[in-house]
Ligand binder design. Sequence first.
Ligand code: PLP
Length: 425
Amino acid sequence: MPNLLGRHRAVMPSWLSLYYDQPIEIVSGKGCRVTDSDGRTYLDFFAGILTSMLGYDVPEVREAVERQLRTGVAHTSTLYLIRSQVELAEQIAALSGIANAKVFFTNSGTEANETALLLATNARRSDQVLALRNSYHGRSYGAMAVTGNRGWKNSSLSPVNVHYLHGTDRDRFPHLSDEEYLTFCADDLRQVLATATATDVACLIAEPVQGVGGFTAAPDGLLARYREILDRHGILLVSDEVQTGWGRTGEHFWGIQAHGVTPDIMTFAKGLGNGFAIGGVVADGALMDALPANGISTFGGNPIATAAAKATLDFVLAHDLQANAQRLGRLLIDGLRTAVDKLPVVGDVRGKGLMLAVDLVDPDSGAPSPALATRVLEETKRRGLLVGKGGLYGHTLRMAPPLTLAEDEAREGLGILVDSLTAVC
Ligand code: PLP
């Protein structure tokens, strides 16, 4: 097969994110490993981008999709009832913890957040939205408008009026205790509401652990503190669970549960289809039903995607992958802290479940170093490990392997990471 290297540049936009000096073309996968077009195999510690939640070539998912394909109908439209869609909606509504929940399926996380913003702004008849600094919510107009990370914001034009809150910048306030920081954030929210908004703010949208932002998490309990204030003003809470859903954070099934609150609206996508494109919104039925016009997503919730998603979710629950995420996440973070925390290029090691991050810093100045992160990425690639990158300055390595990761694979990936970080020192 002719090599793709370089050819993409002629026909694809320059702003398309691609990893590596020599980007790789993945041609097959099995378990937690993928193989590229040169026949090199890698342990995938990023699960695509948290998309291959169960790893690759999972018989249960493949068979569910094949069963649907054998009916002869890949998809007609969502004008007709789709059994796997309704059953998946029932399952997600029950898991959400939201009372009288209803579910709407989309093709991506971006569309899911767009729908959440639509629900909230429609319900409150307001275009004012609160978001967290350093957030990422997708690449459409509305989702980008509530994104608080300049590297991912391609336009300042906005269909909503956004105010950004503290919450994921704990490291900028080292002189405060956790409790003092939470109080500071709550005071800030009150100030923002009093000074920068009119009375009718629609919602706060927040990632319980920021994904693109570098796996940065607000201290547990922050969203409960926020919720108390939001409730007094009739402001809805939207949890963007695109990266944090399905048990990935280990301790909880949804990331927001670490804060001890149930949101009004939750969005999801990424791993649900184990590679098949599906996202969605789960919300209080009254909010969902309040939209005034007819709505259809031609492909959102199509039978291939929902069959894959149903098989994936069944697998997650049947094998208690949340517990696996918690156990192996602990093993990895302890291992990383022991082995690399003291390396001069490592600024921070953090994580929840199987969402783990290492910040790379210049050893002399301590400043974030995207260049070093890129070098480590090349080192891990050379040793057969794929990891992600992110963070406000692109200086964060992100590890989010499939939730099916085995202990020997966790140890293997850890060893490569330690070697790669040591190599750039
Ligand atoms: N929300 C979060 C938290 C994300 O991490 C992403 C994608 O990385 C999105 C939304 C957008 O999802 P998608 O790329 O499926 O549109």
